[in-house]
Ligand binder design. Structure first.
Ligand code: ZN
Length: 364
């Protein structure tokens, strides 16, 4: 392992004038003299390996700055700012949906809407976790690992939330009865597996990552996506074969699948940044495009589910009133498992960082 050019800088607060920022070999870098303590971004060689991204050359935030620096950096141009904002906007969209729908249905007294509320909360958490992870991940190596574990927990929760709403509102009676005892338990298992497998992929692989690591991430996500869409596939089949169940929500369900496929393509690929490394450091990176596609996908998905909930009320009544635990129990269970997962793996990440820094010292 070669010694890294990265060295820790002192926390920089502000109001410096033409001062260096403490990076060895970078005397030309200047502090920003604005009232916001923005520290100049830096090149990939100046940050530890774990923060680097393929085909991104610059725009890296400094490590080991105070927490408020990372929070305020959402107003700075750097290579994570679009990732933060795309999912911050998505979180606002999802929370505003809760607000909008709360004027159309009674989330407090109408228990039939609770599974839908659980789905919306999971969707909101997905974006809050993702935006927060991208915002704070540059603080230190340990924060980087924990931040992305939280991000993966959000993805698992979103998957579970989608399983809950599709089962409750989009499944036809025959499928609902057939999967009664397995649909939600499998959804919980797959939701947790997303957090677990993505965490393993983050901790046990070192950059440059092999494609196997992507498989660790994409397999559980793909499995839960297929699982949650079973009621939709059944609906589509019945619609085309028997012209039954072709409701107004049909177009929404088809569109969300198309947007999800687009998001999967951007997630798995390194395009467009691979065409011209350095050109997508700030805008146009595949991860940003993945964020945008998934934001559109979830928004359309919830609108489609809402239509099903409103239009198939007799089906819901026939199935009985959902209890609080029917709607929120699986979410509470998976949140608990994910917290346990993060607690265990943050310890493993700490040991990994300590081991790597020891071997670096030995090498130097
Ligand atoms: Zn992301």
């Amino acid at each position: 392992m070669s010694p890294m050019r990265y060295s820790q800088s002192e926390p920089v607060i502000q109001n410096g004038h033409a001062a260096t920022n403490g990076i060895k070999g970078k005397p030309g870098l200047r502090r920003n003299s604005s009232i916001i303590p923005l520290v100049p971004t830096t090149h990939k060689e100046d940050v530890p390996l774990v923060f680097r991204e393929p085909h991104i050359n610059g725009g890296f935030r400094q490590v080991d700055q105070p927490w408020h620096y990372y929070f305020l950096s959402i107003f700075q141009v750097h290579n994570e700012v679009m990732n933060v904002w795309t999912h911050l906007i998505a979180a606002i969209v999802m929370i505003s949906k809760i607000w909008k729908y709360s004027h159309e249905v009674d989330f407090v007294n109408d228990a039939y809407t609770w599974p839908f509320l659980a789905g919306l909360i999971c969707g909101s958490l997905l974006y809050v976790c993702s935006s927060g992870a991208h915002c704070f991940q540059s603080k230190s190596e340990l924060v980087h690992y924990v931040a992305f574990m939280v991000d993966y927990a959000g993805i698992g929760l979103y998957g579970l939330g989608s399983v809950i709403v599709h089962y409750q509102y989009c499944s036809e009676d025959s499928l609902y009865e057939l999967l009664k005892n397995v649909y939600l338990p499998v959804g919980c298992l797959l939701g947790f597996c997303i957090c677990l497998c993505c965490t393993i992929s983050k901790i046990y692989y070192t950059r440059p990552y092999p494609f196997t690591r992507k498989m660790w991430q994409m397999t559980p996500v793909g499995c839960i996506y297929i699982w949650l869409n079973m009621p939709i596939v059944h609906k589509v089949y019945n619609c085309y074969m028997y012209e039954h169940g072709c409701g107004e929500s049909f177009t929404y369900h088809i569109h969300q699948i198309l947007w999800f496929l687009a998001s999967a393509i951007f997630f798995a690929s390194s395009y467009p940044q691979k065409f011209n490394p350095g050109m997508c450091d700030f805008i146009g990176h595949s991860h940003q495009l993945f964020h945008i596609c998934i934001m559109i996908c979830t928004s359309i998905q919830m609108d489609g589910v809402f239509l099903d909930m409103q239009q198939d009320r007799e089906h819901l009544i026939k199935r009985g009133i959902p209890t609080f635990m029917d709607a929120f129990g699986p979410v509470i269970l998976v949140v608990g498992l994910e917290i346990l997962n993060i607690a265990i793996f943050q310890k493993i990440a700490k040991d990994k960082i300590a081991k790597e820094s020891k071997s670096n010292v030995k090498f130097e």
